[in-house]
Design a protein around this ligand. Structure first.
Ligand code: BMA
Length: 341
């Protein structure tokens, strides 16, 4: 009998590989043995795909991918897959339009997330809005992509929508930042009655007292609703003498008051270890952007960017992940307060 439940649609065909039997793992996650699942030069004119988000769609999978063009500018590309592992990409970047139907493509776009809320799929990314800020678009059919108003003023990154309203409000997580390689950063949530006007901001959690996340943190995959609360995979960054190191962390937020952190794992769940995480355009980066998960089996697949060069896939079981986070939890008073001052 599973200990914990996920509240989400079943995805019986989700990508999966059993836990390796004779390997000591650093945490509750294990990597897909054929990682990276997306190699260099995946599309003509695109040198690298990484930090990308996927979702089940019409019995298969669809995703929005950060494609670093050969001119060095990132844009968002659409990809489709039957198994969640092998991807076919559109050769042109997503042709976003404004609400009047005119072409409206941001100067650059990176780190997209993809979340279904009610009957609409939302893409959220980082773009130029007089500085790095959050871009947002919606689609219902993955044919027409309508960009909506920027939800927040600059500077901000790592926006992630919750998959349903909480207390009648849409919830978006974000990480206020600066215009550069931001040497600080905490996670906040903002609330909206209509997906247009965002307010009632609340602090969720600060960069950690643990070294691996002591410099900054940022939302990763859309939180998963579980019987213990919202399960959040996020990134935590430490500053070494040789640059930043990005690890994957885990926390569980209160289901009705998600600015309250119930459990926060003091250990990273996954940190750069493999060649495709340690070596690349930016070494030592594991950057989670999405999960595919199946309540029936408790299986979770995490899609993460590796070394700003590749996409990797890691797996875990809900019960093991939640128990690991709870058993190793350490919350500070800024985690557990309601986040309103
Ligand atoms: C962050 C973002 C991410 C990137 C990371 C490591 O500031 O730009 O897209 O993966 O740095 O370079």
């Amino acid at each position: 009998m599973p200990k914990y439940q996920m509240i989400a649609p079943n995805v019986p065909n989700m990508p999966w590989q059993d836990k390796p039997e004779n390997e000591v793992l650093a945490g509750p996650l294990w990597r897909y043995s054929e990682n990276p699942i997306i190699d260099r030069n995946p599309i003509p004119g695109v040198a690298r795909i990484f930090n990308s988000a996927v979702i089940p769609y019409e019995g298969a999978f669809i995703g929005v991918f950060r494609g670093e063009q050969t001119d060095g500018i990132p844009h968002i590309y659409l990809g489709r897959s039957q198994d969640g592992i092998h991807w076919d990409f559109e050769k042109d970047k997503i042709p976003f339009v404004d609400e009047e139907g005119n072409s409206f493509i941001s100067a650059y776009a990176y780190d997209p997330r993809l979340v279904k809320v009610e009957d609409t799929y939302y893409i959220i990314w980082c773009q130029d809005f007089y500085g790095a800020a959050i871009g947002m678009a919606k689609t219902q059919d993955f044919k027409k992509f309508v960009r909506v108003e920027s939800p927040f003023i600059p500077f901000n990154r790592n926006a992630v929508l919750f998959p349903r309203r909480v207390n009648g409000k849409y919830i978006m997580m974000s990480r206020p930042s600066d215009s550069g390689h931001t040497p600080f950063g905490d996670i906040f949530i903002s609330q909206s009655p209509d997906m247009t006007f965002w307010g009632m901001h609340r602090h969720v959690m600060s960069r950690g007292s643990n070294w691996w996340e002591s410099l900054k943190i940022g939302g990763g995959a859309a939180p998963i609703e579980t019987s213990e609360g919202w399960l959040l995979f996020y990134h935590g960054v430490s500053g070494t003498c040789n640059g930043y190191v990005y690890s994957i962390g885990g926390a569980i937020l209160d289901i009705d008051n998600p600015s309250v952190v119930k459990y926060r794992c003091k250990n990273f769940l996954l940190t750069p270890e493999k060649w495709y995480e340690e070596r690349g355009f930016v070494p030592n980066v594991t950057f989670p952007c999405a999960t595919i998960h199946d309540p029936e089996t408790g299986r979770i697949a995490i899609y993460y960017g590796a070394a700003d060069s590749y996409v990797g896939l890691a797996f875990g079981n809900l019960d093991e992940i939640v128990d690991y986070i709870k058993d190793n939890s350490s919350v500070s008073w800024t985690d557990t307060e309601p986040g309103k001052r």
